[in-house]
Design a protein around this ligand. Structure first.
Ligand code: SF4
Length: 376
């Protein structure tokens, strides 16, 4: 099973918290699309098996018109074997999702939409410098549903300054009233070199309140459980059967290929990443060269990767897998490190072999993962 990730590195405007790779200038869009197609062709032999998921992420993939997406699809179909039941996702911003555009992308076989709503309140959207309004978000969801996009997910951000618990609750209630089968929800975080980090440094905005984010997270976990969503990963909630196949593959350590500037690839024993610069990416592919660096993963790195992804999911970490894939030494190390967390009931035994983070303690997961890491 393999997944393809296509990174579309353009956005209409810069959200103040974002550190993804994108450009707000579209001037080399056509050249970038040509380079992307070339990369897809050059790397086709890296995948022998059938492709089970395709994910257009970004950036803002919905910034591309029908013809541009159709051209990329043609190249994928001509060079890869796609399972007819493959999950094919488009990340989209609400202001792009007119009925006309939705009809077009449906014809391209996108069968899953991930809409970057972030909040149903204009005050939060303005704080984050999002390019859309709350009203546009609701319209986009309703339009998508009207056109039969059943496999739908939205993103919501919590821990935003001035977002009271009551406003967060209203966000979730609105989400629930729209009957959407999947939610990805993240705490607002301050990434280095973002507009948000700069504003905090210059004291134009107060530092984010971790306690507020924790309260919002705990409310989220309870709310989603009460509404019959499964928290299958730290930040992801789904009605049974609506889990993202593409992201689940990442978390289960399966192979994926990433195309486009800044995209990462993983083949279980090595990972590689493309240059995070649109001009350099185009130049390299024009010369017929892949613009990527590769890193072979040592056994410890593979173990760390498994701990990191496993503990963020409801499936946890399988001690049998540690024993078989990494050996007794790693299993003893894991057991000795996880003891204190089991005693404090932060970690728990999901079954005889699997160890997971208690759902209410998921906000501690990054610290636990770091503590369980193995350093060569
Ligand atoms: S739309 Fe998405 S990728 Fe673009 S700036 Fe905003 S958060 Fe970042």
């Amino acid at each position: 099973m393999a997944g393809l990730y296509i990174h579309i590195p353009f956005c209409k405007q810069k959200c103040n918290y974002c550190d993804f790779h994108f450009s707000v200038s579209l001037k080399n869009k056509a050249e970038l699309i040509e380079a992307l197609k070339k990369e897809l062709i050059l790397r086709k032999d890296e995948v022998q098996e059938s492709v089970e998921t395709i994910y257009f992420g970004g950036g803002t993939p919905s910034i591309f018109m029908y013809d541009e997406l159709a051209g990329i699809f043609e190249v994928i179909q001509a060079n890869y074997s796609i399972n007819p039941k493959a999950e094919i996702t488009l990340e989209a911003n609400p202001d792009d999702l007119s009925l006309k555009y939705l009809k077009e992308i449906k014809n391209l076989n996108f069968n899953r939409l991930s809409i970057g709503v972030q909040s149903f309140f204009d005050a939060d959207l303005q704080f984050m410098n999002r390019a859309h309004t709350a009203k546009e978000a609701v319209f986009a969801i309703e339009n998508a549903k009207e056109l039969g996009f059943q496999n739908l997910t939205i993103d919501l951000i919590y821990g935003v300054p001035n977002m009271s618990l009551d406003r967060w609750k209203q966000n979730l209630e609105l989400f629930s009233s729209l009957d959407i089968p999947h939610l990805s929800s993240y705490a607002l975080t301050v990434e280095a070199k973002t507009v948000l980090a700069y504003a905090i440094k210059k004291k134009k905005i107060k530092p984010l309140d971790d306690e507020l984010a924790k309260i919002h997270f705990e409310f989220l976990v309870d709310f989603m459980k009460e509404h019959s969503y499964i928290q299958y990963e730290l930040s992801n909630f789904a009605k049974k059967g609506s889990e993202s196949k593409h992201n689940t593959s990442y978390w289960q350590g399966k192979k994926y290929l990433g195309f486009g500037p800044s995209a990462h690839s993983f083949n279980t024993t090595s990972r590689s990443w493309n240059v995070a610069n649109n001009s350099k990416y185009i130049k390299s592919l024009r010369a017929g060269e892949l613009p990527s660096e590769i890193e072979e993963l040592s056994k410890s790195m593979q173990y760390n990767e498994y701990i990191m992804t496993g503990l963020r999911t409801i499936w946890g970490v399988d001690t049998n897998k540690i024993k078989i894939d990494f050996g007794d030494q790693y299993l003893s190390y894991f057991n000795s490190r996880n003891k204190k967390y089991l005693e404090k009931q932060i970690l728990y035994l999901i079954d005889e072999n699997r160890v997971g983070v208690h759902p209410k303690k998921f906000f501690l997961v990054d610290g636990i993962i770091a503590d369980l890491f193995c350093v060569d």
